[in-house]
Write a protein that binds this ligand. Structure first.
Ligand code: ADP
Ligand code: ZN
Length: 742
């Protein structure tokens, strides 16, 4: 046989593909997408096969050492997707591969959990147990138990039930009465849950039209555009996803459902598992809280084709499903679809690209479309489908704006709950209805100031104030996790003049409990939810009506249904507005709309109080009137004026170093080089200190570039970086379509 070669991408970033000889013993098996172990420099390395070649002009070719795992870990389509990501997001293909394949699959060190199973060895003579009784009474007892079995049973279970030991089991095996075999078992994260099958609900007219649009797109997938499903909260979007997936299955296709990690609750998973309960394996779940073993098993369940629906967070967009018919991206506007480390991809956008490569339909659902997606819809790039009514015909909640400036004048100090919100809570307590209070900031006091010298306690590693946490009785940095003891006197001037200022959820909880001593108040944020089951338990208690007031961060803003919640208070709507970020207004609008959607999902209409110092800001006013279109118009105008997305793409370069001067120098050099190499169509901003000047001990400088042709810009950037070696202690990162401009 003629020798053949495999071109591979080695896991370690070397920015080159290498050729290896395929040994004869696996020449007929090895194919594109398989994982192999190859000799690399003087060590072995793991790699992915990206091409099979009949010849290679590389010199000193060495043979592949071994195959890792069985079958292709990546389909040719996923490889193509990886190449696109590498080119678009301006990062190495090896980095992309690390996101595409979970570590447990890449390393292939873990395999299925094995267990011993026992079964009868063929038909037993009817007197076998009797005959054995005298010679080996314990073996006889075990045999009697085995003979009653209808199928194989786990050895551990059998021995536990009969109180017999392993030696007896092996003795019986030796006599040839039973078979003991090691078999793989699956670690199913939902094995101990029962899913009661549900059937399709009867859709209302708007839902029917939406489903029809998705089905029509599936008929003509080659030419179909992505569908943007804009439906108010409670309009029954999930029901449409479920029925659209049913349609995809009926066409022998598979489906991926992306959900923001924070919304991937047991409740959500249950809705999907129950609708597709006909086969145990039908729905696989992928998210960051799985154990490595569970992830391994879920992934193989997908790869082997047993799971036909995958529901998961961001990286589930890379699920190795064949024959994709539908990709759903729920809450498409969610910023958590953006990965904040390399590869800095946006899963919603990757979903649109994957759908194109796989000729499948992509459905983006949300109550508050991102400006980018809505813009695409108004330009005809996406197809817009709207749901304007809540399924239960409930009214949209009434949103009232509370002017904190006025409240402050009245109370002469910073208030947490204004008078109006206070009264509204009282009324709810009397009626035994529930309240949610929302504040997007953890901790007790947001800073510790000295009233004598004005110094605030800052993080030594980051340029932010430390937050005081009362339960932990410590100061802590929310960016790097640094903690410090609370000083008695100001460490800067020595005066005994420290004052706490600003407040977070911990203080809201304490304050509310003090104002309403009889109410049951609970807090839900990253600090109070450290225990694994705390989240689930709190939600259950809240649903059961055992909590009157739930205080929390964005953890409680998303996708939860509580029919008895009739009041939502937004303690401070301005937090996001003051971030130095062109998306600040958009985020505020989305957040208000999402949080407001939590109110009044039952019989009683809901009421929302929005406390703010900027009552006339457009994002607050438009959210108040549930006017997405109006909001969109004015925000778009602002973006166009400033050359921001969706009119231009943005690329953010961050240059950082522990040495401030070196970071600055490198940023300036880089900016100069970019100025020389980038054509005029790209708008290059001069390097400037990042809004967050120091983070985790490093000084940071930003260069912002805006333009339309991202693939071209990425290529040019790669070229510039290639020719500009940065000093060893300076790092630069490129973020295409950035979300954080901090
Ligand atoms: P959304 O995802 O748009 O917020 P959901 O799909 O969660 O809305 O629907 C809200 C509630 O209405 C759910 O309890 C769902 O079961 C129910 N629902 C959805 N569609 C229908 C329908 N056609 N008939 C009756 N109930 C429905
Ligand atoms: Zn810090």
């Amino acid at each position: 046989m003629k020798p053949r070669y495999a071109r591979v991408i080695v896991d370690r970033a070397i920015h080159r593909e290498l050729d290896y000889l395929i040994p004869e013993n696996f020449a007929d098996r090895l194919d594109i997408g398989w994982r192999v172990r190859v000799p690399f420099r003087d060590k072995a390395a793991l790699a992915t096969v990206v091409a099979i070649l009949d010849e290679s002009d590389a010199s000193g070719i060495r043979p592949i050492e071994a195959i890792v795992g069985e079958g292709a870990a990546l389909s040719p389509k996923l490889l193509e997707l990886a190449r696109w990501m590498s080119a678009y997001y301006c990062c190495s293909i090896e980095t992309v591969m690390r996101s595409l394949l979970p570590q447990v699959i890449r390393r292939a060190e873990m395999s299925y959990k094995k267990q011993l199973f026992v079964r009868p060895a063929g038909a037993l003579p009817h007197d076998a147990v009797e005959k054995l009784r005298n010679r080996a009474p314990r073996q006889a007892e075990l045999l009697a138990a085995v003979s009653k079995l209808s199928g194989p049973v786990s050895a551990t279970e059998l021995l536990r039930q009969t109180s017999l030991d392993h030696q007896t089991l092996r003795g019986l095996e030796k006599r040839g009465f039973i078979e003991v075999r090691e078999e793989a078992i699956e670690r199913d994260p939902h094995a101990d849950e029962q899913f009661i099958a549900t059937t399709n609900l009867e859709l209302n007219a708007e839902q029917n039209a939406a489903l029809a649009a998705v089905e029509a797109a599936m008929q003509t997938a080659e030419t179909a555009r992505p569908i943007l499903l804009h439906g108010v909260t409670g309009s029954g979007k999930t029901e449409i996803y479920l029925q659209a997936i049913r349609s995809a299955l009926a066409r022998s296709k598979t489906a991926i459902v992306l959900v923001p990690e924070i919304s991937l609750t047991p409740q959500t998973v249950e809705r999907f598992k129950s609708r597709f309960a006909e086969a145990q394996d039908m729905v696989a779940v992928l998210h960051s809280r799985l154990s490595e073993g569970e992830r391994h098993d879920e992934w193989h369940k997908i790869q082997a084709g047993r799971a036909r629906i995958v529901i998961g967070a961001r990286s589930a967009i890379f699920a190795p499903l064949e024959n994709l018919g539908l990709i759903v991206v729920d809450e498409e506007h969610e910023t958590s679809y953006k990965q904040e480390e390399a590869p800095r991809y946006q899963a919603r956008d990757v979903a649109v690209v994957r759908a194109k490569l796989e000729t499948c339909v992509v459905l983006l659902g949300t109550a508050t479309p991102s400006l980018e997606s809505y813009f695409n819809a108004t330009r005809g790039k996406y197809q817009l489908v709207s749901l304007t009514q809540r399924v239960d015909d409930n009214q949209m909640p009434l949103i009232r704006i509370v002017d904190l400036r006025e409240e402050k004048r009245k109370a002469k100090s910073l208030t947490i709950l204004g008078e109006k919100l206070h009264r509204a809570i009282n009324a709810r307590l009397e009626k035994r209805e529930q309240t949610i209070l929302f504040l997007n900031r953890r901790g007790f006091s947001t800073s510790l100031l000295c009233s004598a010298c004005g110094e605030a306690r800052e993080c030594p590693n980051c340029s932010v104030a430390l937050t005081f946490h009362r339960t932990a009785a410590r100061l802590s940095c929310h960016l790097c996790g640094h903690t410090a003891a609370v000083p008695k006197k100001c460490p800067a001037c020595g005066e005994d003049a420290l004052i706490y200022s600003g407040f977070g959820t911990e203080k809201v909880e304490a304050n509310v409990q003090q104002l309403f001593p009889k109410a049951v108040v609970r807090r839900m944020d990253a600090d109070s939810m450290t225990r694994k089951d705390a989240f689930r338990e709190t939600l259950r208690a809240f649903r059961a009506g055992k909590i009157d007031i739930l205080v929390g961060t964005q953890m409680i803003a998303k996708g939860l249904h509580f029919p008895n919640v009739t009041l939502v208070g937004i303690i401070n709507a301005d937090l996001a507005l003051h971030l130095p970020d062109f998306r600040a207004g958009e985020r505020t609008f989305q957040l208000l709309t999402q949080v407001a959607g939590r109110a009044g999902r039952g019989e009683t209409p809901g009421e929302v109080f929005v406390q703010t110092f900027t009552p006339f800001s457009p994002s607050i006013q438009f959210a108040r009137h549930h006017d997405f279109a109006g909001y969109f118009e004015q925000e778009l105008e602002f973006r166009e004026r400033c050359d921001f997305p969706p009119f231009r793409h943005a690329v953010l370069i961050t240059v950082r170093s522990a040495h401030e001067a070196r970071a600055k120098f490198s940023a300036e050099t880089l900016a100069r080089r970019l100025k020389e190499s980038l054509p005029d169509e790209f708008i290059l901003s001069s390097p400037s200190p990042a809004p967050l000047e120091k983070l985790q001990g490093e000084f940071r400088f930003h260069i912002l570039i805006r333009g339309e042709a991202i693939l071209r810009l990425s290529r040019l950037l790669r070229g510039t970086f290639g020719k500009l070696p940065l000093p060893e202690d300076v790092l630069a990162s490129v973020d295409v379509d950035p979300y954080q401009l901090l």
